[in-house]
Design a binder for this molecule. Structure first.
Ligand code: ADP
Ligand code: UDP
Length: 236
């Protein structure tokens, strides 16, 4: 497999074509952004940590029967994935209230959500990733009703698999964001799963171990990501 030209540079990753039209290289950079890209910083080791963390999680999900784009790790900061047509929608599943849910609804952070709740956001930084619903997605043609229902079903399944996995490391999966795309007609999980796109708290102390450390200026961001990985048995 040969890496070719850059197709797209996002806020945290760069995407490259390869000599295989069905495959892309994802390069995880050290760039860390928050508030829809309004704040960007370089954090040492972040690309490597998130790349390895994501590979570990994607392999666990595949083993549990979730179709993902992940093929294999290529280097410390790169992995090979299936080239998808991305659905421009973020699927957020929440087990505990935090973040924008608290701001929007005025609820207290930390409240258990039973059953877990689900939200769609449009991937559009200029608009600040507005919340959208099923009807918007269908009316604007971002996905079909059938694709929507697969995205929801897979998101809840991923949530249950990962809730159990993080619990083994004495962590609570508070919420997470997933992105899906279409590969040869099938809806599969894409992008990344790392502490950048989810909230994880220590089960006993409720200490924040995810990107909220960066958003809230709590420090030790990458040290925390590495600790999360180590608690799952990962070494970097
Ligand atoms: P953003 O675009 O939100 O700034 P990133 O910096 O993470 O995000 O950039 C990665 C981009 O690659 C995202 O737009 C994501 O939707 C896209 N992407 C992720 N996985 C795939 C894939 N398998 N095929 C095509 N595009 C993908
Ligand atoms: N999230 C993300 N990318 C985004 C927006 C949110 O990965 O563009 C993740 C975020 O890290 C959290 C979950 O989705 O785990 C829910 O985020 P929320 O809606 O609470 O927004 P935030 O408080 O991050 O602005």
């Amino acid at each position: 497999m040969e890496k070719r030209q850059e197709l797209y540079a996002g806020k945290a990753k760069s995407v490259y074509t390869t000599d295989d039209a069905d495959l892309l290289v994802l390069h995880f950079r050290n760039d860390t952004s928050a508030f829809d890209g309004k704040i960007i910083e370089q954090l040492d080791r972040k690309g490597m940590v998130n790349n390895k963390f994501n590979a570990f999680i994607m392999e666990k999900l595949e083993a549990a029967g979730i179709p993902t784009h992940f093929e294999k790790l290529l280097s410390d900061e790169e992995c090979l994935v299936k080239k998808m047509d991305m659905i421009p929608v973020e699927c957020v599943v929440r087990n505990i209230a935090a973040g924008s849910l608290c701001r929007r609804l005025g609820v207290e952070e930390g409240i258990d959500l039973t059953p877990p709740t689900f939200e769609f956001f449009l991937k559009n930084d200029e608009l600040g990733d507005p919340m959208i619903n099923d009807y918007h997605i269908e009316s604007f043609g971002w996905a079909t009703a059938e694709q929507l229902s697969v995205m929801k079903k897979l998101t809840f399944q991923v949530n249950e698999i990962l809730k159990a996995l993080f619990l083994e490391g004495n962590m609570l999966l508070v919420d997470s964001k997933l992105e899906f795309g279409i590969y040869h007609g099938e809806v599969i999980l894409g992008d990344e799963f790392s502490p950048d796109g989810c909230r994880l708290w220590d089960k006993d102390t409720r200490e924040k171990l995810d990107k909220d450390r960066f958003r809230q200026g709590l420090g030790n961001v990458i040290e925390s990501y590495e600790m999360v990985g180590k608690r799952l048995g990962l070494s970097f």
